[in-house]
Design a binder for this molecule. Sequence first.
Ligand code: BTN
Length: 244
Amino acid sequence: MWQTVRYEETTSTNDICKQLAQSGRDNNAVIALRQTAGRGRLGRSFLSPEGGLYLSALWRGCERAEVMRVTPMAAVAVCRAIETLCSAHCAIKWCNDVVLHGKKLCGILTESSLQPDGGADWLTVGIGINVATPALPPEIASFATSLAAEGYSVDRDALAEEILCQLSALRQALATPNDWRYDYRARCLNVGKPVRLLRGGGETSALALAIDDDFGLTVRYGDGQTETVRSGEVSVRGLYGYTE
Ligand code: BTN
């Protein structure tokens, strides 16, 4: 179902997908072993050294209500793929980090061309996984890990193929999130814990209460007020570090 292009190195697999989208393509996957200009959420860069798997999938047409489900769906797909190939249980740190043994293993960035009605003409979901990164860059070493560092050996092509297979299956279920939302909720390690919300240079403490039906994180502040925060506006950390 996916037509796949492979690169040893590229700027960003999301960029390649965007170019493919602009030339009218659909159902493409782009895989790279290194990126020179990897992008993360909220305008951050995403370090993409050798040893990682950098994968973006492009498809056309997504209803407004489904656009916000794509990133959480991809997080579930990555968890299921890693479990299938490595028997390693992965968790999700809201909203879109896949976590192994309390450390970040994978980040996900979805980019799209939104239409006036809120649906997407096309979207690309970009997934970066530390598979066997020999030494994680110092900037991320304190909170990130790789499959190899946790004792799991997996072939990157096999992992890419399994992720694309899980994505295909879940994509069919974008309209019926009840089928897989329970899995996202069960894996989300923030719920029930104190969190720090990082937003616009400021930081607020709260208790994470629940994942709502649209994958927002509902939190309660010290004064008893509640709020549901959405991806794209806020980062979440544990009280003391990345998750805890
Ligand atoms: C994050 O953790 O902030 C999201 C990181 C997403 C990285 C992936 S790697 C493949 C794709 N290409 C990019 O430039 N970014 C995404």
